[in-house]
Ligand binder design. Structure first.
Ligand code: DX5
Ligand code: ZN
Length: 243
């Protein structure tokens, strides 16, 4: 059984979109484990980014695992096109305008394509909304900012949802991963670790002028680890999952 280690997923939302290849090389050199691609439609969130063709461009640019984060109103409608871009995981929001059957169908289509399926919950959404889909997800993404923009402050009130999701995923077979997304950096990583995150989405903290991305990756990983170990010592609900 591979030992647990915090994984860093770099969000490219605050990268220079005029030089995405340069941003990817910088992130690879910084030692990130995954790329986190924020897709926004201007309806589900008040911002617009890119679609499946850009995801496919990232697929051609790097061998890093690609986590697509769909902040769009109708994820089922576009799922096949995103899957054609060959991401490693596709996560959409439990708040999206779909019926439960449609959400379940979308999750199943991701898995049928051999990809990881995920549900994201915004800060104000109860984690209970994810519960009916637990046997269909490989990712539960807990948002610690309001979705739509990078560079926001970490919302600690949303963090406890991670330990609930972690416990549920453990009960559902233990293969699923908790992603924490929004305001994660060297100062907030320990708290996220304490509450049980497995994958740490880091965006703007990797693109700070004058700050070394390699240092940030190292510090987030170290402090996430410390937070996780601390929680296991205190046996808070966020302790590492058994197995
Ligand atoms: C926000 C996105 C996040 C964001 C993370 O809607 O889902 O992935 O880009 O960036 P930072 O780390 O700057 O909050
Ligand atoms: Zn995101």
């Amino acid at each position: 059984m591979m030992a647990w280690r915090p994984l860093i997923a770099a969000s490219i939302l605050t990268a220079d979109f005029g030089h995405l290849d340069r941003a990817v090389r910088k992130l690879e050199r910084a030692g990130v484990d995954r790329l986190h691609l924020d897709v926004m439609d201007g309806h589900f969130v008040p911002n617009l980014t890119f679609g499946p063709d850009i995801v496919a461009a990232f697929r051609r640019l790097t061998s890093l695992p690609l986590d697509v984060h769909l902040m769009i109103a109708e994820p089922a409608r576009y799922m096949d096109r995103f899957l054609d871009a060959e991401p490693d995981t596709v996560t959409f929001h439990v708040e999206a305008a779909e019926t439960d059957d449609s959400k379940a169908g979308a999750l199943q289509s991701v898995r049928s394509a051999g990809r990881g399926a995920g549900l994201a919950v915004s800060p104000g959404t109860p984690i209970d909304l994810v519960r009916p889909f637990l046997d269909l997800v490989d990712v539960v993404m807990v948002m610690t900012v309001e979705p739509g923009f990078g560079g926001q402050r970490f919302m600690a009130d949303a963090a406890p949802k991670m330990s609930v999701a972690s416990a549920w995923l453990g009960e559902a077979g233990g293969q699923g991963m908790v992603h924490v997304d929004g305001g994660v950096n060297r100062d907030t990583a320990a708290l996220a670790g304490r509450w049980g995150a497995d994958v740490y989405v880091v965006g703007s903290a990797l693109f700070q002028r004058g700050q070394d991305a390699t240092d940030e990756v190292r510090l987030v990983r170290e402090r996430a680890w410390a937070g996780r170990m601390e929680s296991s010592l205190e046996r808070t609900p966020a302790g590492p999952r058994a197995g």
